[in-house]
Write a protein that binds this ligand. Structure first.
Ligand SMILES: *[C@@H]1O[C@H](CO)[C@@H](O)[C@H](O)[C@H]1NC(C)=O
Ligand SMILES: *[C@@H]1O[C@H](CO)[C@@H](O)[C@H](O)[C@H]1NC(C)=O
Ligand SMILES: *[C@@H]1O[C@H](CO)[C@@H](O)[C@H](O)[C@H]1NC(C)=O
Ligand SMILES: *[C@@H]1O[C@H](CO)[C@@H](O)[C@H](O)[C@H]1NC(C)=O
Ligand SMILES: *[C@@H]1O[C@H](CO)[C@@H](O)[C@H](O)[C@H]1NC(C)=O
Ligand SMILES: *[C@@H]1O[C@H](CO)[C@@H](O)[C@H](O)[C@H]1NC(C)=O
Ligand SMILES: *[C@@H]1O[C@H](CO)[C@@H](O)[C@H](O)[C@H]1NC(C)=O
Ligand SMILES: *[C@@H]1O[C@H](CO)[C@@H](O)[C@H](O)[C@H]1NC(C)=O
Length: 850
């Protein structure tokens, strides 16, 4: 039953498919194939060399003799149908990394290090760091011996490694490089103290002039290579920031000097005593409004690199100390200044900012950029009243931090020391890649046993520690502009003028797409002189079409052209069965698995059996929707054996016992005069005799050692080529096997049952009950005697009872008689039965007796 319904299903599927394949369903089916085909291999749909190599895992074949098939392929996934591309014509560029500069990191010297904490490991200047997750193929050595200790000028100190790479990278392929950072000992520090010198800061200035030496000596403990500079600011000398009354301009208050925007007092210098002197010498000034012009000062102090004296390789700290908030871009309009800040150094020879009255304040973003560009760490040392606003500001400025200044700046030394330690113990990696390139940082920071986490920042770094970062680079999309395929990416630790420069070349194009290449030809013969031949294919000029530009667009618009691409037998179908494009009256199929004049064929749409196309390659092959079966198979899905051998019952020469058809190796029984037939060979019918009797004797002798062949030699002889019945406690008929139940009573009145069926090889199989079911034996003489005895006993009992009852009755009768006799009042001489012949009547009225 099951197989018959399967067959009908197969048949109907076949019918349906053939009828509807290219009608409405085709679109859905095609969408599914397209999806299935495209998911494992995204290459084939790429029609241009540059599209192909921008797809990971794809390679382009520019063999001029390749033909019209898809040229973009996946070298790791080669289809049978696919034409092989000669090795020398495969364009499959590799990512290439090369080191342009890879100087060793500067090692920390042996010995303790005050302030930053002792952090030098082991033997003289040696430390280990793991390159275990060095992800990409570099043969770069791991030893780091030999480099000299920190050089005094900071020029030879190397804190970032490698320094320059050249990377050729394909699109959408992630590439890992490793980068190391170490905090060198005695790294030079430049500290420029930028002070608000409005009148309220007078006491701060006084304090700072005393603390100057203390600041210098504290910083010298942190690094022996320390320089200090000093500058001050008030505000723009225009109304309304500053009173422009002539008198006020000259001397805004008693102790004040004329106001100014920004003044550079002292170039960064080793001579730190000079600092105290300069601070002491500086005079406060006065202005009107509360916010000060500090942004002008920050801008000048960062961009005037040479005037301020910033060294190229030094940690640059800009301490910005104030008790007021700040003016920023736009505020200048109040004073009639509309020219935006140009972010350029404008310092006069005597250190004054010359553009104060002509340019607006810089914006926060300008400050951010300038600070970043010059690798400066700004430390806002501000009083409690304004700390919140500066905290907000610091967030918007790269590498900035905020410390709380006491009202009189008395804590300035500890503040700077703390901020410096915090800044120098933290490394934060940044990059300037454009949005086309993704740069991701991973690090274990200092926890070698820990997991690699996505972070660009590590803290608690001490001198000599080496932090490694894994950097994943990926070209997300190829920029349209060819010049943008070459990018210089800078990866740098914030606040340090050292970086890793990556010269990135995005492999977004093929050479053979560029003029001058051997495989590039304009107006090529191969392209009917109507296109440019590039990398093996034609790029047609407007108006021309087709793989060889052999068609003109004017031809295409006529309806006859399209109709040439529609199957004549399915006039309503889409062009090229919806699986290709009609180009120049010819179908170009969507991919190489689809073929046929109208792209109507593929080798994926044949009938399946058990999920296998045409029941698998050993049964048949699929060709354009039809299974071609091998010799011994037939049926729509080649699932049926051709031979009818399996339809003959053993020992029977009629197919299906003459009561059915042999279909797909299985009997399909038919109804005949004696009812419908069933069974594996249609051998069963309501009126048919079954074969039970044939097996009875042998079952008996083999299973129970009874029956006509009871003797073992008989049994062995008559049932010799028989089978050994399997045994079971109880016989359960398995309908699926078409088992037939037989049951008999043998000479012992025992019932035994067995089933027989034909197994897959058409051999008779019998399962017999393990034990016969026999009635219990009875002892006949016992029963007879028992019955007789019972009858006698019952008879005697009845007699006795009768005797007893009569005796009791007699006794009772007699007793009554005795009693009556005693009670009788008649004369004993008178016979009670005797009647006198005369009758005497008494007259009741007669009174006396005579
Ligand atoms: C560095 O590693 C080597 C082996 O890889 C080991 O012999 C040496 O002791 C290590 N040095 C330190 C300072 O851990
Ligand atoms: C501060 O003022 C005093 C007196 O007015 C003057 O001598 C001195 O040069 C001023 N200092 C600076 C740095 O201009
Ligand atoms: C950083 O150092 C390089 C030399 O290594 C120098 O050319 C450049 O000007 C420095 N940048 C800054 C902002 O000092
Ligand atoms: C500051 O500049 C850095 C680097 O150019 C940038 O990543 C960051 O977004 C900027 N911050 C703000 C608030 O614009
Ligand atoms: C990144 O910075 C480097 C060095 O400053 C510069 O040459 C490069 O053009 C920058 N790259 C981008 C994409 O801005
Ligand atoms: C290092 O990482 C491991 C595993 O993540 C963690 O158990 C351990 O606490 C970390 N050690 C430190 C010092 O953070
Ligand atoms: C193409 O056929 C459509 C409808 O059958 C008709 O409207 C159109 O004019 C035909 N175009 C040409 C160029 O014959
Ligand atoms: C058993 O086999 C012998 C010889 O093969 C035969 O003569 C005899 O009739 C058989 N017995 C029965 C009961 O068929």
């Amino acid at each position: 039953m099951a197989s018959s319904s399967l067959w009908t299903m197969e048949a109907s599927k076949y019918f349906l498919r053939n009828c509807l394949l290219f009608s409405i369903l085709s679109t859905i089916v095609i969408a599914q194939i397209a999806q299935r085909l495209s998911s494992p291999n995204p290459c084939t749909s790429k029609g241009k060399c540059y599209e192909c190599i921008q797809t990971p895992g794809c390679a382009w074949c520019y063999d001029p003799n390749f033909g019209d098939g898809p040229r973009c392929f996946s070298p790791s996934l080669v289809y049978q149908q696919q034409k092989k591309c000669p090795e020398e014509f495969v364009n499959n560029p590799d990512n290439i990394l090369s080191y342009l500069a890879n100087a060793e990191l500067t090692k920390a010297r042996k010995g303790g290090f005050e302030g930053g904490g002792a952090a030098v490991t082991g033997a003289e200047g040696s430390y280990n760091y793991s390159e275990s997750w060095w992800a990409s193929g570099s043969e770069h050595g791991q030893s780091h011996g030999g480099a000299a200790g920190a050089a005094a000028g900071g020029r030879n100190i190397v804190q970032v490694k490698p320094q320059r790479l050249n990377l050729k990278l394909r699109a959408r392929q992630s590439y890992s490089i490793q980068m190391f950072y170490t905090q060198a000992e005695d790294y030079p520090v430049d500290l420029y103290y930028l002070m608000d010198l409005s009148k309220s800061m007078y006491d701060d200035k006084e304090k700072l002039s005393y603390l100057g030496d203390s600041l210098a000596s504290t910083m010298k403990k942190l690094t022996s290579n320390f320089r200090l500079g000093f500058g001050s600011f008030v505000d723009k000398v225009v109304m309304p920031y500053v009173s422009t009354l002539k008198e006020k301009l000259r001397r805004p208050c008693d102790i004040c000097v004329a106001p100014y925007g920004f003044r550079h007092h002292m170039t960064l210098d080793k001579n730190t005593q000079l600092f105290s002197k300069m601070v002491k010498q500086a005079n406060v000034s006065g202005n009107l409004d509360a916010p000060e012009g500090g942004f002008d000062a920050i801008m000048q102090a960062t961009v005037c690199r040479h005037k301020i004296g910033w060294r190229e390789h030094a940690r640059r700290l800009l301490v910005f100390s104030t008790d007021a908030s700040f003016h920023y871009a736009g505020d200048g309009k109040l004073g009639g200044i509309v020219k935006p800040n140009d972010g350029i150094c404008h310092l006069s020879d005597d250190g004054f900012y010359t553009q104060s009255q002509y340019q607006d304040y810089p914006s926060i973003e300008q400050i951010n950029l300038s600070v970043k560009k010059n690798s400066i760490n700004v430390i806002f040392a501000v009083t409690k009243a304004t700390i919140e606003i500066y905290e907000q500001l610091a967030k918007a400025i790269e590498g900035a931090s905020v410390g709380k200044l006491e009202g009189d700046s008395s804590n300035i030394v500890t503040l700077i020391k703390e901020q410096y330690e915090q800044i120098s113990s933290t490394v934060e990696m940044k990059h300037n890649a454009s949005s086309a390139v993704s740069v991701k940082f991973f690090s274990k920071c200092l926890n070698e046993s820990g997991a690699l986490v996505p972070t660009n920042k590590c803290g608690n770094i001490k001198v000599g520690d080496v932090v490694s970062f894994k950097i994943d680079l990926e070209v997300l999309k190829c920029p349209k502009n060819r010049a943008d395929h070459f990018q210089k990416i800078q990866i740098y630790p914030v606040g340090i003028n050292e970086s890793l420069i990556i010269d990135l070349e995005m492999l977004c194009e093929c050479d053979c797409e560029q003029p001058g290449d051997k495989y590039y030809k304009e107006r090529a013969d191969k392209c009917s002189n109507m296109g440019t031949y590039k990398c093996g294919i034609c790029e047609c000029y407007p108006g021309a079409l087709g793989p060889h530009c052999e068609c003109l667009t004017d031809d295409l618009t006529s309806n006859s052209t399209i109709s040439d691409c529609i199957r004549p037998d399915f006039p309503d179908d889409k062009e090229c069965s919806g699986q290709g494009q009609c180009v120049c009256k010819k179908c170009i199929c969507a991919n190489e698995r689809i073929y046929g004049k109208y792209c109507e064929c593929d080798n994926d749409h044949c009938d399946r059996h058990d999920g296998k196309l045409c029941s698998g390659p050993d049964h048949g092959t699929c060709d354009c929707g039809v299974c071609h079966c091998r010799a011994e198979w037939e049926g729509p899905s080649c699932a049926c054996v051709k031979s009818k051998a399996t339809c003959y019952a053993p020992g029977d020469d009629k197919i299906c016992s003459g009561h059915g058809r042999c279909e797909c190796g299985v009997c399909k029984c038919e109804a005949t005069a004696d009812g419908s037939h069933s069974g594996k060979f249609c051998e069963r019918c309501p009126t048919c005799t079954d074969k039970c009797i044939d097996f009875r004797d042998c079952v008996q002798c083999q299973q129970y050692h009874t029956g006509p062949h009871k003797k073992p030699e008989d049994c062995a002889r008559n049932c010799s080529n028989f089978f050994t019945p399997s045994s079971a406690d109880e016989i359960i008929v398995n309908e699926e096997n078409n088992e037939i139940l037989c049951a008999y009573y043998d000479e012992d009145e025992c019932r035994f049952a067995y089933v027989y069926y034909f197994d897959n090889e058409n051999k008779i199989q019998v399962r017999a009950q393990k034990e016969r079911e026999c009635p219990e034996k009875v002892y006949v003489p016992g029963i007879v005697l028992g019955v007789i005895a019972a009858i006698v006993l019952i008879g005697m009992a009845i007699l006795l009872l009768w005797k007893l009852l009569t005796t009791i009755h007699d006794r009772r009768e007699f007793a009554r008689f005795e009693k009556e006799k005693m009670m009788a009042k008649w004369d004993t001489g008178e016979n009670p039965i005797y009647k006198q012949a005369t009758s005497t009547f008494k007259n009741p009225t007669y009174a006396g007796k005579g």
